[in-house]
Design a protein around this ligand. Structure first.
Ligand code: ZN
Length: 141
């Protein structure tokens, strides 16, 4: 098992699935500049993430976002997308990105806290919103 930023992990047997999802995500980004920037950020900063080197900059944030989206897709069924509006928000937040991230109450997609509505489905966005909604649903059953 490898540990990525802030407790995200991938089982060794899932390496090929991780690579395929990562390539699909990069290929889905409809902007060459962003595809290059994200690829370079991940190639540059993944070794630092794996080594636990505690450096915090905008490209490390972007590399972490890529890894988070892929792993949350693989292990939690979250959407495998990174819309340009979301990338722009992460880049704008950069080193000042607030954690924990907010999440969509409907689809669970993680987002910077600057979003009030999910750009994927229009759902309410807030810190813990998805988990709270799931807990309320479970309580009703
Ligand atoms: Zn959503």
């Amino acid at each position: 098992m490898s540990t990525f930023a802030r407790g995200l992990t991938v089982e060794a047997a899932d390496g090929e699935a991780f690579r395929r999802a990562f390539v699909r995500l990069i290929g889905s980004i409809d902007d060459l500049h962003w595809r290059i920037r994200l690829t370079v950020a991940v190639a540059t900063w993944m070794p630092c993430l794996l080594a636990g080197i505690d450096i915090w900059n905008v490209d490390l944030v972007l590399a972490g976002v890529m890894l988070r989206v892929v792993l949350q897709h693989m292990y939690a069924g979250r959407p495998l997308v990174l819309p340009l509006v979301v990338l722009d928000a992460y880049a704008a937040a950069g080193e000042k990105l607030e954690t924990p991230l907010a999440e969509c109450a409907e689809c669970g997609y993680a987002l910077p806290r600057s979003f009030a509505a999910c750009p994927l489905c229009g759902g309410f966005v807030g810190v813990g919103a998805y988990a709270s909604r799931r807990a309320r649903r479970a309580a009703c059953n």
